[in-house]
Design a protein around this ligand. Structure first.
Ligand code: SF4
Ligand code: SF4
Length: 109
């Protein structure tokens, strides 16, 4: 089991070289070597996980989203440590994004 987002920072996945007949592990993928790329994504608060209301916004469809500040990062991200300040209350989509998953690798670029 791996957990995504910069907040964990300790769990490691492996990237594999696509198209290689015997995929060889490339560099380890870890949040420690990533500038919290996935914390710039739009994050819907689909369930009530206890996210403080002042960190969310409501869009014109009435959906609750994590607010993002002018720098593009989520309002809950600590800019100094690049860790999630509400890790225990983070939204479901943040919990489900796995380190090393295609979505993670796409964001890391
Ligand atoms: S994009 Fe991947 S490696 Fe980067 S912080 Fe998110 S889960 Fe961690
Ligand atoms: S709630 Fe936490 S883990 Fe989710 S995007 Fe914001 S800073 Fe990242």
């Amino acid at each position: 089991m791996t957990r995504g987002r910069r907040a964990c920072g300790v769990e490691v996945g492996l990237a594999f070289v696509e198209g290689h007949p015997n995929p060889a592990p490339a560099a380890p993928v870890t949040c420690e070597t990533c500038a919290a790329s996935c914390c710039r994504l739009e994050v819907w608060c689909l369930t009530d996980t206890g996210v403080p209301g002042h960190l969310t916004v409501t869009d014109h469809f009435g959906r609750t989203l994590m607010d993002r500040l002018d720098d593009g990062w989520c309002a809950a991200l600590d800019r100094d440590t690049l860790l999630c300040r509400i890790y225990a209350q983070r939204p479901l989509v943040c919990r489900e994004l796995e380190v090393g998953s295609p979505e993670c690798l796409a964001e890391r670029g």
